[in-house]
Design a binder for this molecule. Structure first.
Ligand code: ZN
Length: 238
């Protein structure tokens, strides 16, 4: 299994590059660009949330709770009084910190359930739904946020899979093939729950075809092609 630093660097490199691509293509705005980088990087750390030596993860949890509470306050900043906003902040933070994360650590007892493709797909799709229906972000931004979170997690699972291959002797360690996991028989109850949740989320998700059409639209990518090289080189070429 790859270590924390490898995951952090790997996920940051991949999500940073892809975020730049979608940003340069004009598919996300400035804050959206930062969101994509952050989500991809966080996604790269998520599957190991259940590892024992994860102080950075606990810190990450705390930050996530703060960001969530801040998001709530920002969303209702015009409708509510100052006292109500402060109460909302505390309630949001407490809810994430003591309800969601407690539940989460309960689940982590079943190692492998979190370290799996369907679990990460649920998180990605869930984020897309929250972003679109809850925060009223655009369809494109919402799908990209979910995809970046999921993509970061897939970078993580791929890295673990690669590290389970002993490169010097090209022999497979015993952990080979266990990282990129879709199902495990000993946790069949959990996987049944995961796939049921996933099916519900797919049903509830914002329209994918409209997002896909936008991605297939050649205009943003043409814009990207213009901005790939530094301006002085383009002056020479065109
Ligand atoms: Zn891992």
């Amino acid at each position: 299994m790859a270590n924390f630093n490898t995951h952090l660097n790997g996920a940051f490199a991949v999500s940073g590059t892809l975020s730049l691509v979608v940003y340069k293509a004009g598919l996300v705005n400035d804050p959206g660009f930062l969101m994509c980088v952050a989500l991809g990087t966080v996604g790269g750390l998520l599957p190991d949330l259940d590892s024992d030596h994860s102080t950075p993860i606990k810190l990450g949890f705390n930050i996530a709770a703060l960001v969530f509470a801040f998001g709530l306050v920002m969303h209702w900043r015009n409708e509510l009084s100052l006292i109500a906003l402060m109460a909302l902040w505390l309630a949001g933070y407490g809810f994430m910190r003591y309800v969601v994360f407690r539940l989460f650590t309960r689940m982590t007892v079943h190692r492998g359930v979190i370290h799996s493709v369907p679990y990460m797909a649920i998180l990605g799709l869930g984020l897309t739904c929250i972003s679109y229906y809850g925060w009223h972000n655009t369809l494109t931004a919402s799908w990209l946020y979910g995809l970046f979170l999921f993509g970061g997690a897939m970078v993580h699972l791929t890295l673990d899979e690669m590290y389970s291959v002993n490169l010097s002797g090209m022999t497979l360690k015993r952990s080979a093939g266990t990282a990129m996991k879709f199902y495990q028989h000993k946790d069949k109850g959990w996987y049944l729950l995961l796939y049921t949740l996933l099916a519900l989320l797919i049903y509830a998700a914002p329209p994918f075809t409209a997002f896909w059409e936008q991605l297939r639209d050649p205009a943003p990518w043409a814009q990207l092609k213009v901005g790939v090289l530094p301006a002085f080189i383009e002056d020479i070429l065109y």
